[in-house]
Design a protein around this ligand. Structure first.
Ligand code: HEC
Length: 135
């Protein structure tokens, strides 16, 4: 009897290990199949995601990601001034200069970050080019 109990105790980690491994495999397979369907779904659908503004232009995409939170998804203004028609007020070069080094605008808190929070000059250029077309 004593010996049998000892055997059971010795077998316990093995049994638990097996249960664990079976559990891991049982979970692993659905996750794998789930991932592969997800990958094909997002692969075919990646071109179709549309933001609030015209997303065919990279500048528009940068705007909706980095500027819309303050200037509104449709340039209507929020924390920052509205940018509707900004293209008739500033040209692309002036926009690049402004975005790189924002100047205070009456009636708004001076909170626009340098580069509008963007990382690269390329992005500033693209968003400025797009804004310059918003007349
Ligand atoms: C944290 C909020 C915030 C973000 C993010 C932000 N802005 Fe601004 N923006 C402002 C504020 C506030 C002003 C008014 C100037 C000031 O005092 O900072 C402003 C002013 C401007 C102006 C001048 C408007 C005018 O009528 O003269 C332009 C152009 C502009 N922002 C473009 C952008 C672009 C492009 C981005 C994204 C790359 C951006 N902003 C990101 C808050 C923001």
């Amino acid at each position: 009897m004593k010996r049998w109990q000892g055997m059971t105790l010795a077998a316990l980690p093995v049994v638990l290990g097996l249960v664990f491994i079976i559990g891991v495999f049982a979970n692993w397979f659905p996750i794998q199949t789930g991932r592969s369907t997800e990958a094909t779904a997002s692969g075919s659908g990646s071109g179709g995601s549309s933001g609030p503004v015209d997303t065919s232009d990279p500048g528009a995409q940068i705007f909706s990601q980095s500027c819309a939170s303050c200037h509104g998804a449709n340039l209507e203004g929020q924390t920052g001034p509205k940018l509707l028609g900004i293209g008739s007020k500033m040209n692309e070069a002036q926009l690049v200069e402004y975005i790189n080094d924002p100047k205070p605008v009456a009636g708004y808190p001076p909170i626009m970050p340098p580069k509008g929070g963007l990382q690269s000059d390329d992005q500033v250029k693209q968003v400025a080019a797009w804004l310059a077309k918003q007349k």
